[in-house]
Design a protein around this ligand. Structure first.
Ligand code: ARG
Length: 575
């Protein structure tokens, strides 16, 4: 899009000696008070260059530039040049840009193909994929889309928790009470039941504990039977996880998981030793992080087994070697803040300058209000059940609203699942929040259904125009050479301004690792469109005016669609 500050600099530049266009651009500001113009240029710095008083310079410059097409008017006020941008010019610029960029509108090439790793979701094998996993899954997926949209090469990693002593227990439990059919019918629920039973029976039968330890040791040695059982448990769990990912249209490029790094750990431990970082403490090997105000990083436990942090060290080093990332992002709950501080600090102490490129994107907790989702003590709420409930509830709502009957299945899915995902991305990620169905599915609130509905409404306006007037679908170049004065009303102009700032929202979301910046922005675009839709008559008889209004409708729809896409939420054409 035309960078307006740059345009202004271009216009001013021939009249200012001794300053580059870039320097001029840097001085152009957006006044807090809009009555001082859309943009302002302070003349203080010119006083020395031009040997004149700033107010005089402002007055002279105003005279020289006021007739440029870019401006509605230019007013010198004291040392400032206050510039009001021509609304019609601005509107044309914005619409042309959206029409020509289309699905790319809001994106850029700033990433220049640099590699970014986004690790997200990372549930634990044989454990429930529950509501607590939704945030990492949805935020991570959105960050992947945002970085991709800005021209980065993104590797999506699922660092599955597929290793640890619990697999010894699981294998033992399965050997005692398990059935293959039972597991295959409902892997996680069944495996979880075995695991719970193991813990109960273990209390009365210590030999089980010993057996489990032995099974895990065998797994570590890579013995055939244990390895196969573990692999089978992993595969069955993954099938179930994938079903949930498919519902949300989420995928990964790398599913390595913790087990993948076990054979890479000894080298890391050796390296820590060589670099003089390891210390013994009560039989364990640790890295002392006290000088940095952190508790010690435990590298191997007293029984010699390795732990989570050590696998993460091996994994970070492997990621750098394999992908040569410019950034490695971990989307993991704030409960693990300390873990990631320790991890990054140890990498730094090992002398890896790229430790600074590792980012922990943390987030707060989801809780459930008692009753609605049934959080009865200890009962886990499976993510899949939440998504299915969302679809069912949406079906009830849309049936009541009387939607197109053929679309009912598709709409309930798109809107129901979209609503849950959208909700995850609605407020700042660091905030804890309470999951509330009424809020999530409110078609009139600041919700997914509201934004999707607005998108479908835009599409429907365009369809009606085609049916009633035979208007062709808007395409690149359509905003050139047509009268846009009908788009200068407050409702239309506010909407145009929101569309104009969409690319900034995308960039801001990327810089802050905060998809909610985009969510908030498209909610405003949707609200802006609905205001325009209610305040004005779009399908007027005057062909040129109708065309202008349809272009704005189209640009709103495109902006909403691109925004929803970055959140991983579908944009239905009809609802
Ligand atoms: N599986 C872990 C959990 O459920 C999350 C893994 C986070 N990623 C990492 N590289 N440590 O708590």
């Amino acid at each position: 899009m035309t960078d307006i500050r740059e345009e202004i600099a271009k216009i001013l530049s021939p009249h200012i000696d001794g300053m580059t266009e870039e320097e001029i651009k840097q001085l152009v500001e957006v006044p807090a008070d809009t009555s001082h113009g859309d943009y302002a240029f302070p003349c203080f710095k010119l006083a020395k260059l031009m040997r004149k008083a700033p107010p005089l310079i402002a007055a002279e410059l105003a005279e020289k530039i006021k007739d440029a097409e870019l401006f509605e008017s230019v007013e010198p006020i004291n040392a400032f040049l206050n510039m009001f941008i021509s609304r019609e010019f601005f509107t044309r610029e914005v619409l042309s840009e959206v029409l020509s960029e289309a699905d790319r509108f809001g994106g850029s090439g700033e990433g220049g193909g640099k590699t970014v790793i986004v690790e997200f979701s990372s549930p634990n094998i044989a454990k429930p994929f529950h509501i607590g996993h939704i945030r990492t899954t949805v935020i991570g997926n959105s960050l992947y889309k945002i970085f991709d949209f800005l021209g980065y090469k993104v590797v999506r990693m699922n660092h599955l928790g597929d290793y640890g002593t619990q697999f010894g227990k699981m294998i033992t439990a399965y050997r005692h009470w398990g059935s293959r059919e039972e597991v295959e019918a409902a892997p996680i629920k069944t495996l979880l039941a075995y695991y719970v039973r193991f813990h109960e029976e273990e209390k009365n039968d210590p030999s089980l504990t010993e057996e489990a330890r032995e099974a895990f040791a065998a797994l570590e040695r890579g013995e055939k039977e244990e390895k196969e059982l573990w692999q089978w448990i992993r595969d069955e769990s993954l099938k179930e996880f994938r079903r949930v990912y498919d519902m949300m249209d989420i995928d990964f490029d790398d599913w390595s998981g913790e087990s993948f790094y076990t054979d890479k750990m000894p080298a890391v431990i050796e390296e820590l030793k060589e670099k003089g970082l390891l210390k013994e403490s009560q039989g364990a090997q640790i890295v002392d992080l006290e000088p940095y105000g952190l508790t010690p990083a435990i590298i191997t436990k007293s029984d010699g087994t390795s732990i989570y942090l050590t696998r993460d060290l091996a994994s970070a080093i492997y990621r750098k070697k394999t992908y040569d990332f410019s950034k490695s992002i971990y989307v993991v709950a704030s409960q693990q803040d300390l873990h990631f501080k320790q991890l990054f600090k140890v990498l730094e102490l090992m002398g890896y300058e790229w430790a600074k490129d590792c980012v922990h994107v943390n987030f707060g907790m989801v809780s459930l209000p008692e009753g609605t989702l049934s959080t009865r003590k200890g009962r886990v709420v499976f993510l899949e059940d939440v998504l299915n409930t969302a679809v069912e509830k949406t079906r009830e709502i849309v049936l009541e609203k009387g939607v197109n009957a053929e679309l009912i299945d598709e709409t309930s899915k798109t809107v129901g699942i979209g609503a849950v995902m959208f909700n995850e991305l609605s407020s700042g990620r660091i905030k804890d929040y309470v999951f509330d169905w009424d809020e999530i599915l409110n078609f009139d609130g600041e919700t997914g259904p509201y934004v999707q509905y607005t998108h479908a409404r835009c599409a429907s306006v365009l369809r009606n125009a085609a049916e009633k007037f035979g208007d062709a679908a808007p395409k690149a170049g359509d905003a050139e050479g047509i009268r846009l004065s009908s788009l200068l009303t407050p409702a239309a102009y506010e909407l145009t301004k929101l569309i104009y700032t969409f690319p900034d929202a995308v960039e801001d979301a990327c810089r802050k690792y905060e998809p909610s910046v985009i969510t908030r922005h498209i909610i405003r675009v949707a609200q802006g469109f609905n205001k325009f839709y209610h305040d004005e008559h779009i399908l007027v008889d005057d062909a040129e005016e109708r065309k202008a209004k349809l272009l704005l409708t189209y640009a709103s729809m495109q902006t909403i669609r691109n925004g929803l896409g970055l959140l991983g939420v579908k944009a239905p054409e009809r609802m």
